[in-house]
Design a binder for this molecule. Structure first.
Ligand code: NAP
Length: 486
């Protein structure tokens, strides 16, 4: 009875190290790990010990006979990854432990932000005996997108907070909630009392559509809508007009699928989830019947992942359809495309609420004078076909997050990241490292990957930080500056 990794896999790799036969791939040391949509258990090698089940922080792994109807597709997804011979060591290679040189004072690091990248960095630092970490979080609640970004009905994914809680329970970690670095405490002050500061501020803004009408009421970004339905304090007062029968989402990444699902599921199925009460009330009164998700490229370039598509296609009460001719001329053999092919054509939907995936359309304008009445779409270059428009009362842009500049820090406008070399912040004017300042997570590498992707990203940064500490490149914290005073 092999075990199976399912949709909520966050890719943190805990299961990989628990497995006694190294049958979970890709492993964090493998180049494929950073872009893997999930991890996969080899059914032929699994010895059914269940160690991975215990190790997984989000209960994503089940014996195959426990899979429910909506999860059975994951048996084939796990097996397909392992098709064909692949050599692998008998155990996954582990990172060597961090070692610090003998030092008069223990390593002290301040971390700005408290999302997964921040807490994974803290976890890594705390493997060093005596090391201390101070985490500074602007909001009154920790963990960033775990609360404000993960869909409220993704209950298992949200269980990652238990793992973060366990890391933060270490008495050598001090959490400072409601403290904004740059407003309540300066970076200079943090550097006086710590050897180093790690910025883990994520990508708090979103990319904007630059087309006529994009500023009309009724156009909103997915970042705003997601924060609103997740109860983020900065967005609690927002309202969204859900009175028109159709909404359009521009972009087809996992955020787009999350938003489409929340706008179409039976609101009563969200009771007891992390949905904000104001959002639940609004969804109960919603008159949206159809959400159209528009991709500017073809089905093969869909930005959503296979696990999320499987989950969405199994959502009760929601028809998921693909526009009628989207997959014509695309050969079989790719699991994501094959699943898209199995969905009903858009013309055949008969559910009360539905999501329609459309392709090869580039937004050209937002229609409306006082507020949104629809969206104009042009065929993406080389796709051919006529321009079209879709009537809608709400247009949500889900075209990606974007990092925001941090006062006093260099910033790369093109990528929305802080320039860095393996996590060491670099001054682009000189090419030199900014002493004692590091980055992890989306502000380091851009808004891609899953919660667990941040683990190896943070471990890489902490490794170079420790190298700098050992090389004597970090200034000793002031003797008289107590952390508790900050
Ligand atoms: P994303 O995956 O980068 O998708 C962005 C989408 O916007 C793409 O379809 C992209 O099309 C499109 N786009 C970009 N610029 C556009 C423009 N000017 N006009 C029209 N379309 C445009 O971003 P995301 O959905 O925000 O997700 C961010 C990260 O978080 C991803 O790594 C995602 O997997 C992760 N995430 C995961 C989950 C989950 O696992 N449940 C949930 C949420 C987010 P092109 O491909 O053509 O550029």
């Amino acid at each position: 009875m092999p075990h199976v990794v399912t949709q909520s896999c966050v890719g943190d790799g805990s299961c990989v190290y628990a497995c006694p036969v190294n049958c979970i791939q890709p492993t964090p040391d493998h180049p494929a790990f950073e872009h893997a949509e999930m991890l996969h258990i080899d059914p032929a090698a699994c010895v059914d010990c269940g160690a991975c089940v215990t190790a997984c922080p989000v209960d994503a792994i089940k014996p195959h006979s426990w899979l429910d109807a909506g999860e059975r597709a994951f048996l084939a997804v796990n097996a397909a990854y392992h098709r064909g011979e692949r050599t692998r060591p008998s155990l996954a290679p582990v990172r060597p432990p961090l070692r610090v040189r003998r030092h008069s004072r223990p390593l002290r690091v301040a971390i700005v932000g408290s999302g997964p990248a921040a807490i994974y960095a803290a976890d890594e630092i705390l493997t060093i005996p005596g090391a201390q970490v101070s985490v500074y979080e602007r909001l009154p609640v920790p963990y960033g997108l775990v609360h404000a970004g993960v869909a409220p009905d993704h209950r298992r994914t949200r269980r990652i907070a238990r793992q973060l809680d366990a890391i933060c329970a270490d008495p050598r970690l001090r959490m400072h909630l409601g403290v904004e670095v740059g407003r309540d405490v300066s970076r200079e002050r943090l550097l006086e009392s710590h050897h180093a500061v790690i910025y883990a501020v994520g990508a708090a803004a979103d990319r904007r559509l630059q087309i006529p009408g994009a500023g009309l009421p009724g156009v909103a970004s997915a970042t705003e809508l997601v924060a609103w339905y997740n109860g983020h304090p900065d967005h609690a007062g927002r309202t969204f007009d859900l009175s028109h029968p159709r909404a359009v989402i521009v972009g087809n990444g996992n955020v787009a699928l999350d938003v489409a699902r929340i706008l179409t599921v039976d609101p009563e199925s969200l009771v007891g989830t992390a949905i904000a009460p104001h959002a639940l009330d609004a969804l109960r009164a919603s008159r949206i019947e159809e959400v159209v998700v528009v991709g500017r490229r073809g089905p093969a370039e869909s930005a959503f992942t296979l696990p999320e598509l499987i989950g969405l296609s199994a959502t009760p009460g929601v028809d998921l359809a693909v526009e009628d001719d989207a997959l014509a001329d695309i050969p079989a053999g790719d699991p994501k495309l094959d699943l898209l092919r199995e969905l009903s054509p858009a013309s055949a939907c008969d559910g009360a609420r539905r999501i329609v995936l459309r392709y090869r359309l580039t937004p050209s304008r937002i229609d409306g004078t006082e507020r949104v009445t629809g969206i104009g779409l042009a065929p993406t270059a080389r796709a051919g076909g006529p321009a079209t428009s879709i009537d809608a009362g709400l247009v949500i842009t889900a075209i990606g997050y974007r990092g925001m500049p941090v006062a006093g820090m260099p910033f790369d406008e093109a990528t929305g990241t802080i320039p860095n070399d393996d996590g060491r912040v670099i001054d682009p004017a000189t090419g030199a490292a900014v002493p004692g300042v590091y980055v992890v997570g989306w502000i380091k590498r851009g808004p891609t990957g899953f919660i667990g992707t941040n683990k190896s990203c943070s471990q890489d940064t902490v490794q170079v930080l420790v190298e700098d500490f050992n090389a004597g490149l970090l200034r000793e914290p002031g003797v008289g500056v107590a952390q508790s005073a900050l």
